[in-house]
Design a binder for this molecule. Sequence first.
Ligand code: COI
Length: 354
Amino acid sequence: MDIKFEKREQLKEKPDQTKLGFGKYMTDYMFVMDWDRENGWHDARIVPHEPMLMDPACVTLHYAQETFEGMKAYRTKNGKIQLFRPEMNARRMINSNARLCMPEFPEDMFVEAVEELVRVERDWVPSEPETSLYIRPFMFATESSLGVHMANSYKFVVICTPVGAYYAEGVNPVRILVEDELVRAVKGGTGFTKCGGNYAASILGQVKAEEQGCTQVLWLDGVERKYVEEVGTMNIMFKINGEIYTAPIEGTVLPGVTRDSIIHILKDWGYKVNETKLSVDDLMKAGHDGTLEEAFGTGTAAVISPVGEFVYKDDKITVNDFKTGDLTQKLYDYLTGIQWGDEEDKYNWTVEVC
Ligand code: COI
């Protein structure tokens, strides 16, 4: 790709790396590329991160033709910067776009755009423990028209933000509300995609969860409200009687990059991983009879996040005395060890950028 570069007059001041939080500070630059029916993808550029002009009739504002990705760049101890399985994000965005009838952004262009932006923003990749540069590629329709149809023009944009832990709890256990009324996804819908609409529809559940002192929502299947699927911002896994259980990828659950990586690692470590439907009743029963040994979420933003309690209707279960389980901690240490370059990357998952 021929990527043009527009220098900004003044670089921003960088935030305190020990107080980053999640998604609060944006870096100096963003990658932008346009698509229209006549020219396809064109005009790749890295420009100052600034507000974008939008017509109030832009179809995205009305019909949510938007998809996005979440990935990170990590600074290793010897100062190198690396990405983690970027091609997986590129492929997932292709699948999301196909479902939303949006044009395909080719995998090689996606990876090149991200790599080039990270090279430009290398000074923004933080070095404090547990920090990284979160990268948010996204695409949206730019056409101004109120008809509901595939748009004639789109933008692909990548922005970056230096981050610490996603949850205020850091890597400590979180409390989760099992949502028994609202639903997130049904087969044939958009549950497997990363589109803004999925998250918009989840916010009411999130508000209910927070009202009950919980950090997140555990969604059940949209038909019977019986089987556990995923948590608002991460996939979820349970260790029951020594075996791992997680919801299968069958159209309603997001195919997480961290989920896939953890399944690989767990199988390599000799664990039986059941990608199968687990009913919330069986989960609660396992919590009460002591066979639920650990529970943790997996996600790019959330990394590996231990769950200390599930609240379901009038019932609740505490997991591992609200302490991070041994396996959860071991997985967190090993995965982040690969990502931050402290562990040998025997899977070839990391990609050095500079
Ligand atoms: C990610 O883990 O990258 C996500 O996209 C979750 C996000 C909605 C915070």
